[in-house]
Design a protein around this ligand. Structure first.
Ligand SMILES: CC(C)(COP(=O)(O)OP(=O)(O)OC[C@H]1O[C@@H](n2cnc3c(N)ncnc32)[C@H](O)[C@@H]1OP(=O)(O)O)[C@@H](O)C(=O)NCCC(=O)NCCS
Length: 224
């Protein structure tokens, strides 16, 4: 018997994933959300609300796979995403890779991703040869990752980001919408790059990029 899928979270990110699952004719059993009033639907498909995330423990990992539908806009939300992934992996659940058929991915990268879990690659993303994408990482709509980039686990590459070749990125980084990373740059773990930044120098773990932000943007990005 083919396994069915449960989506964790019912927000906007979950909806984008649901679209891909529908295109790929993968059977989705329902979704969980902390908000009992949440609805997740697309066209004629209305997903069954199963309860809060804890309800997943009542299901068997032998019969159900999971999709991490929690979106993220920064390091705090990424932590929630990674905690959820680890919590249910420890309970022997498997997280499906969800890859839009219109993502352009070099064959070697695709083969490597097939061995991973929970990788999410959205429409129009482009990933070139020699690159690696870690577990539970999102490569969002239209993002471009050039050759030989090594991306860690639990990372969010937001829509329209461009990574030039040979970028090394640690785990749990957020690269904000439309940001640009110069070739060969090394970025430590839990780095936050706000939207619209250019990263031209290596970044230490936990650093926040403020390059090319306006003054109030810099304060905000630094949490002031
Ligand atoms: C940096 C960031 C966290 C700040 O968000 P915030 O705390 O809500 O800040 P605000 O939107 O209130 O902005 C405060 C000020 O900073 C400016 N600002 C915010 N982000 C900025 C950015 N990336 N570049 C330049 N200026 C920015 C705003 O224009 C505003 O300026 P003002 O005070 O002169 O009006 C946010 O802009 C960001 O980059 N988030 C990531 C977005 C993302 O990648 N989303 C992915 C979704 S899939």
């Amino acid at each position: 018997m083919n396994k069915q899928v449960i989506i964790i979270g019912g927000g906007g990110h979950a909806k984008v994933l649901l679209e891909i699952l529908i295109i790929k004719k993968i059977k989705v059993y329902g979704f969980t959300d902390l908000d009992e009033n949440r609805k997740l639907s697309l066209g004629k498909v209305r997903l069954k609300y199963l309860g809060k995330d804890e309800v997943i423990k009542k299901f068997s990992p032998k019969k159900f796979d999971l999709v991490n539908g929690l979106g993220s806009v920064g390091i705090d939300t990424l932590r929630k995403r990674s905690q959820k992934f680890m919590e249910f992996k420890n309970l022997q659940f498997r997280f499906l890779n969800v890859i839009h058929p219109r993502a352009i991915i070099s064959k070697d990268v695709k083969d490597a991703i097939a061995l991973n879990e929970g990788v999410q690659i959205m429409a129009g993303a482009n990933i070139r040869p020699g690159s690696e994408i870690g577990d539970n990482t999102i490569v969002n709509t239209g993002a471009s990752i050039d050759h030989d980039c090594h991306i860690g686990t639990h990372v969010h590459i937001a829509p329209g980001v461009v990574l030039s070749g040979g970028v090394e990125m640690g785990d749990s980084c957020h690269i904000g919408t439309g940001s640009l990373i110069r070739n060969g740059i090394k970025i430590g773990r839990e780095v936050f790059v706000p939207m619209g930044c250019s990263v031209t120098k290596n970044m230490e773990a936990g650093e926040v990029s403020v390059r090319f932000l306006n003054a109030s943007g810099q304060q905000k990005a630094n949490g002031q």
